[in-house]
Design a protein around this ligand. Structure first.
Ligand SMILES: [Zn+2]
Length: 324
């Protein structure tokens, strides 16, 4: 391609990716190869002005012409308009707003989508699912997020809510979920579920090695995994039960979507083999008849700034500079 065509993609073609999380916001100028030229982060904004100022400060520091701003955000986002349709919690101030208007980057286009989807885009363009056309990604954290690539297209649904895999009913008689349903996946397997189950063990004076914090808070999921490895009976029992539910959920997702690969991300995925080793064979055993093969279950490869890279990837995909 000729260097005198200013709009032609080149090694210098960049987009700014932004990942708005519940506790931190991250951003970076990203190249077509998925390389982050620099990275920026700060605590999550609590006002639209703080969000706008952060993105503008990143845009000012980008050294090459920027093709657009891509945003991954929690909640239900309409990618056609960048409207935040539903966003409970600390980022609720963005609900009902158009992210294009909030960020107001002049002539630059803004593209936005749910953060699990931008994480999926990063894995498909540059990571663990490169070149794949059918992929399921689960983010295992405080809650459980999901994103799905079906025959090369991101599953979005009629209102943009499709792929909320954490809100599939897993327990008919289960407890109330944040979404209003009962017995969802994330009421059985999530940091929230694991920590409250361990807390119940503490209340019932079961044998435990961990104790409540000074403010009465339960031990973290990370600590519970560590305690289980060190022989804490309650931690082992809580995790075994949670992993049974995760296994059942994963089997269902494989049967529904028949993906080439299932990717696990989120904080709990950092437990690595301790998470996967007890369930991998069981998932394979229960899916082999219908699928006729063992579907690889792998960890997200672009950890930390994957959502940022994927948000920039959204810009490249929307502008036809990259294809899935
Ligand atoms: Zn739910």
């Amino acid at each position: 391609m000729s260097p005198d065509r200013p709009n032609a993609p080149s090694e210098q073609t960049i987009a700014v990716g932004v990942d708005i999380g519940a506790t931190a916001i991250k951003a970076a100028p990203v190249t077509l190869r998925g390389e982050l030229l620099e990275s920026f982060h700060q605590p999550s904004p609590r006002t639209p002005a703080a969000l706008r100022d952060f993105v503008h400060s990143v845009l000012k520091q980008a050294n090459a012409p920027v093709r657009g701003v891509g945003i991954g955000c929690k909640g239900v986002i309409d990618p056609a308009t960048s409207r935040v349709n539903s966003l409970p919690g600390d980022l609720h101030f963005l609900e009902g707003r158009l992210l294009t208007d909030v960020i107001d980057p002049g002539d630059l286009p803004v593209y936005a989508d749910n953060d699990a989807r931008t994480a999926l885009i990063a894995e498909v363009l540059w990571g663990a699912a490169r070149g794949k056309r059918n992929v399921v990604l689960l983010t295992l954290g405080t809650g459980v997020g999901g994103a799905v690539l079906v025959d090369g297209a991101i599953l979005r649904g009629a209102s943009g809510a499709a792929g909320h895999l954490g809100h599939v009913t897993l327990d008919l008689h289960g407890g109330l979920c944040i979404c209003g349903n009962f017995g969802c996946v994330e009421t059985r397997f999530s940091s929230r579920a694991i920590e409250s189950d361990y807390q119940a063990h503490l209340h019932r004076a079961a044998p435990t090695k961990l104790s409540l914090g000074k403010a009465g808070q339960p031990p973290t999921t990370e600590a519970i995994f560590r305690a289980a490895a060190e022989g804490d009976e309650s931690a082992r029992c809580v995790l075994d039960r949670a992993l049974e539910y995760l296994t059942a959920a994963m089997v269902s997702f494989l049967h529904i979507f028949d993906p080439e690969v299932l990717i696990l991300g989120g904080n709990i995925a950092e437990a690595g083999p301790q998470l996967l080793a007890p369930i991998r064979d069981e998932v394979a055993r229960r899916t082999r008849i219908l699928l006729g093969r063992e579907v690889p279950i792998v960890f997200q490869s672009l950890v930390g700034y994957g959502g940022v890279a994927g948000a920039a990837g959204l810009v490249f995909l929307q502008q036809g500079l990259l294809k899935i």
